[in-house]
Design a binder for this molecule. Structure first.
Ligand code: ZN
Length: 123
């Protein structure tokens, strides 16, 4: 299933604060309609309720395709310094799942959204 989490939005332009929701993971097998939004980077777009400006929220996102057996992670560039920890965490997560589920699953981590999209386009 795709996963939506609460997000405290603060408009960089007018300062308005608002509780919003963003996608933390997208399962395109369960929600194929979300794939296009990931590719267009509108999946976590928020428009400010006060001034109407549009923002793309730069937060981690997991792209999960159960048919193609891939889990592709996007992390904001600023998190690249934590690459080792993130990779360790991913390994731990995978090791907790039953092996028959994880054996064939390919995982990848990207810190650049364009590269993340390119990978999805080439699945
Ligand atoms: Zn605003």
């Amino acid at each position: 299933m795709s996963r939506i989490v609460p997000f405290n939005f603060r408009c960089p332009s007018c300062g308005k604060e608002e509780k919003k929701e963003i996608y933390q993971s997208v399962n395109v097998t369960a929600n194929p309609e979300l794939k296009d939004k990931v590719l267009k980077r509108t999946i976590n777009a928020i428009s400010c309720p006060a001034c109407g400006k549009n923002y793309t929220i730069d937060e981690p996102l997991l792209y999960h395709d159960m048919d193609k057996k891939v889990m592709i992670y996007y992390y904001p560039k600023k998190m690249e310094t934590q690459r080792k920890e993130l990779e360790e965490e991913l390994k731990k997560t995978m090791s907790k799942l039953p092996p028959e589920h994880t054996a064939k699953i390919k995982t990848k981590i990207f810190f650049d959204y364009d590269n993340f999209i390119e990978e999805i386009n080439h699945l």
